[in-house]
Ligand binder design. Structure first.
Ligand code: PEP
Length: 252
């Protein structure tokens, strides 16, 4: 049976108390669903409460970003060392909302990725095309270029700690979903770029998730595609039975 990585991105949602009650609600729903790694990436202030609630379950709690410096005058930022000292293993980097609203570029995404990997973290690296790029027929070029720029200087050895989330920007939070065929094709194009960088074996071993309005209705078909190894889920990760249904879809 294929192993999947199903991750929730809570974005700027959930106070510590809300995160605790969400985790308590979902824990029994996903118990024994062992062919999935299940991760929720939480706002920094919510991480400790979520970790406490997740104790004794297979749920891992990650962060939604990390800075590239060890420490210093970077108001509002958090370093990889700070995260690992709080027992945080996973971190999302390069989410399109960070790129769109907070000026992140492939260069800063690359720096953050290398810093997180150097600290021993596992990175969920997000990339994907905007609507105009899809319409112009240059999706393959865009995701290949992002893959290469975002992973520049990342060693083959470190690739075991990299998960790629293919997230077409036009599908995030919009209710629009890539068709299973589009998701499979583009995840395959990312895998081909990985093969150019690291060879076929590492490319085949790398987990590539699809993200973009994945929900309890479309998950089974998306996850059935050979190049889709999991999901990064925003909206549906805030509703326990919807997220649990996505985990169920990965059991088939
Ligand atoms: C995301 O934030 O990564 C995401 C995929 O959001 P949504 O599922 O809401 O489209």
């Amino acid at each position: 049976m294929k192993r999947y990585v199903i991750a929730g991105n809570w974005k700027m949602n959930f106070t510590p108390a809300e995160a605790t009650s969400f985790i308590n609600e979902i824990k029994p729903m996903i118990e024994g669903k062992n062919n999935c790694d299940i991760i929720f990436c939480a706002p920094y202030v919510t991480i400790a409460a979520a970790q406490e609630a997740a104790k004794g379950s297979q749920i891992k709690i990650g962060a939604e970003n990390v800075h590239f410096a060890d420490k210093g005058a970077y108001t509002g930022e958090v370093s990889a060392k700070m995260l690992t000292s709080c027992g945080v293993e996973y971190v999302i980097i390069g989410h399109s909302e960070r790129r769109q609203y907070f000026g992140e570029t492939d260069e800063t995404v690359n720096l953050r990725t290398k810093a997180a990997l150097a600290a021993g973290m596992k990175v969920i690296l997000c990339l994907g095309e905007v609507k105009e790029q899809r319409l112009a027929g240059i999706t393959k070029e865009v995701v290949s270029m992002q893959t290469k720029l975002d992973l520049a200087g990342v060693s083959a050895e470190d690739m075991k700690n990299v998960i790629i989330a293919y997230e077409p920007v036009w599908a995030i939070g919009t209710g629009l979903t890539a068709t299973p065929e589009q998701a499979d094709e583009t995840c395959g194009q990312i895998r081909a770029a990985l093969a150019e960088l690291y060879g076929e074996e590492i490319a085949n071993d790398t987990v590539i998730q699809y993200g973009g309005s994945m929900n309890e209705k479309n998950a089974a078909e998306l996850l059935s595609k050979p190049n889709v190894d999991g999901g990064l889920i925003g909206g549906a990760s805030l509703v326990a039975d919807k997220f649990a249904a996505i985990v169920d879809a990965a059991q088939k």
